[in-house]
Design a protein around this ligand. Structure first.
Ligand code: DX5
Ligand code: ZN
Length: 219
């Protein structure tokens, strides 16, 4: 599989979302990455169900919804109803992670677990076989535009090793500080999906940036 690009809407223009949705539709991006923050698990509040539903109405690509909220099991059905196709919960935010993953799958979505930068990979060993994807945070979650944490490369290699040892097809996603200057090294280390917010939406030509993140030759 060639790698996928999931632009994060946290850096989109919320006064003109339709414009950015259409831009992503016609770009080489693969998924819409939507960051949901509760002001408790992370020190920021983003947006909720009405915004997701509106994005779903216009989007022609899967919605990859990253939940940075405590006890996400309370809202699994609501996220499905709003239009999520892939639902990511944080390891650090779930007491009964196995049950939450089953609930996501029972509601017809792909299930993923995110790890904060300090959370070790070995904690995934008894859950990884149940996951469609692992999201490695390469910044402390909460805000766009932060600096990439270099230890993420070690974590990618470790999770890749775990996936290979267990003969799984779990995808690896990296989120935070991803840009054209580190995309190739991330892919070479084993990443399947790159999330990029500010690198896409704050660039002069987001369509071209997505094209370059995809590893395609410049226009
Ligand atoms: C951070 C979010 C990210 C964020 C990435 O908490 O999970 O998806 O929007 O933004 P950039 O790409 O600007 O680091
Ligand atoms: Zn995210």
């Amino acid at each position: 599989m060639s790698h996928l690009i999931a632009p994060s809407f946290l850096s989109a223009d919320f006064a003109n979302l339709e414009n950015d949705i259409k831009m992503i539709n016609k770009s080489n991006a693969d998924w819409f990455h939507l960051d949901i923050m509760d002001g408790m698990f992370v020190p920021n509040i983003s947006f909720g169900f009405p915004v997701i539903s509106h994005i779903k109405k216009y989007s022609e690509k899967p919605l990859d919804v990253h939940l940075m909220i405590y006890k996400p099991e309370r809202y699994i059905k609501e996220f499905r109803n709003a239009g999520a196709d892939i639902l990511t919960v944080h390891y650090e935010a779930c007491t009964h992670l196995h049950g939450t993953i089953q609930l996501i799958k029972d509601n017809g979505m792909k299930a993923a677990v995110a790890l904060n930068p300090h959370t070790p990979i070995n904690l995934l060993s008894d859950i990884i076989a149940d996951l469609d994807m692992v999201l490695l945070m390469s910044v402390n979650p909460g805000f766009g535009g932060q600096k990439f944490i270099n230890n993420t490369y070690n974590k990618i290699a470790q999770v890749k090793k775990l996936i290979t040892e267990k003969q799984l097809n779990t995808l690896i996603q990296v989120d935070g500080g991803v840009a054209i200057n580190n995309a190739k090294q991330l892919i070479d280390t084993g990443v399947d999906i790159l999330v990029a917010g500010s690198a896409v939406f704050n660039s002069q030509n987001p369509i071209e940036t997505i094209h370059l993140l995809k590893g395609l030759r410049p226009f």
